[in-house]
Structure formats: structure tokens, C-alpha cells
Design a protein around this ligand. Structure first.
Ligand SMILES: CC(C)(COP(=O)(O)OP(=O)(O)OC[C@H]1O[C@@H](n2cnc3c(N)ncnc32)[C@H](O)[C@@H]1OP(=O)(O)O)[C@@H](O)C(=O)NCCC(=O)NCCS
Length: 168
């Protein structure tokens, strides 16, 4: 199991993931393919976002890929927090392909993302989840999350907020 950066090699797998995901809002939103004429257009926009241009903060995105080169999950690591990320979004967003859930992959993807955070020199990482997202809360707790006060999003959703200390 490994992390892979989005590239043209993953176009088909990414599209299959999105097809399986269905019409609901993609998580992490950085992997949303809607509105792009082609995959190159998506990759170009992602590179722009990752470099921190415009309203974006620097970030790194990865697929979790298995030995058969199947994309099982996705993760977006935001290198810094703005006010919205501090209250609601956190440093790391992830998802697992619907057909691959409840197999420990989200717990693994967060562990691997934390290794990347360590490489980036981060020492404390904020990870959040919706109040009713029991699976995600467990994933965060399995990775050492310590709960902070929750915050309410503009749509009324309550976000649980957890800090994970990285031992450098
Ligand atoms: C939340 C999500 C990432 C969990 O992925 P996953 O690969 O199924 O998680 P894991 O297999 O690592 O499960 C971790 C724990 O949560 C539990 N769990 C997972 N999904 C659950 C659910 N829907 N309800 C209750 N428990 C759940 C697992 O049983 C496991 O429990 P255990 O440690 O006691 O055995 C996945 O459901 C998903 O992609 N959801 C949509 C996107 C999302 O919510 N992302 C998180 C944003 S904060």
C-alpha cells in the first residue's frame, strides 16, 4: 500500500472512484473532477491550488493505491491553517472508495498522511469531522487525536476537532 501523487497515470482509476462515489460532494473537494474539460485541466488546477496561489493555501494531495494499482482512498494535506481550516476543515481531509470501506484503509491513509506532515516539518496537526461521522472520529482517535472544542459550520453542522502531535 502506498501514496501516489495525482498524475495522468491515475486518470482512469480516479474517474472510476468518482463514478463509484456518485453525485454527492467529493471529499476531499480537491479531487472533484466536475467542471474540467479533461484530466490535464484538473491536474493543472490542482497544481495551482497546491502551490498556494489565489485563495488557496499550500497543500499536497495523494491517492492511496494498493498492490494491484487500484485507488482505494484520497487525502489532501493542507500545510497551513487559515481561519476556516482552523475552525472547520483542519489540516487533513480524506476519503475511502465506497466499496473499500470498513477495512482499515482510512486509518492507514491518515497514518501515512501524518508521516508526510512530519516530513513537511509540522509538529501539530488538526483533523476534524462531522459530529455524526463515527467512522472518521474513530480513524482520528486511532491516530492519536486529542479532542478540542467543537465548532459550528455555516450550515449548522457541528464539527469535532482533534489535534495530533507529531513526534519529530
Ligand atoms: C469516514 C471514512 C473515511 C472511513 O473510512 P474506512 O476506511 O471505512 O475507515 P476504517 O476502516 O479505517 O475504520 C475505522 C473505524 O471506524 C469504524 N467505521 C468506519 N465507518 C463507520 C461507519 N460508517 N459507522 C460506524 N463505524 C464506522 C470501523 O469499523 C473502524 O472501527 P474499529 O477501529 O472499532 O474497528 C469513509 O467512510 C469515507 O470515506 N466517508 C466519506 C468521506 C468522509 O467522511 N471523510 C472524512 C472526512 S472528516
Amino acid at each position: 500500500m502506498r501514496l501516489e501523487r495525482p498524475s495522468i497515470a491515475w486518470e482512469k482509476e480516479h474517474q472510476m472512484y468518482v463514478a463509484e462515489w456518485g453525485p454527492s460532494r467529493m471529499t476531499p473537494s480537491s479531487f472533484n473532477l466536475n467542471g474540467f474539460d479533461n484530466y490535464e485541466g484538473f491536474l493543472k488546477e490542482l497544481a495551482k491550488r497546491e502551490s498556494g496561489l489565489g485563495n488557496w493555501l499550500p497543500s499536497t494531495n495523494y491517492f492511496l493505491v494498493n498492490e494491484a494499482d487500484r485507488v482505494l482512498g484520497m487525502v489532501d494535506i493542507r500545510h497551513e491553517l487559515n481561519d476556516f481550516l482552523y475552525r472547520i476543515g483542519g489540516h487533513i481531509g480524506y476519503s475511502v472508495r465506497p466499496s473499500e470501506r470498513r477495512k482499515g484503509y482510512a486509518t492507514l491513509i491518515l497514518a501515512k498522511a501524518l508521516e508526510e506532515c512530519r516530513e513537511l516539518g509540522m509538529d501539530k496537526v488538526l483533523v476534524t469531522c462531522d459530529e455524526d461521522n463515527i467512522g472518521s472520529a474513530k480513524v482520528i482517535l486511532h491516530n492519536g487525536g486529542i479532542e478540542d472544542v467543537s465548532e459550528r459550520d455555516t450550515d449548522g453542522t457541528r464539527k469535532r476537532r482533534f489535534w495530533i502531535t507529531i513526534n519529530n
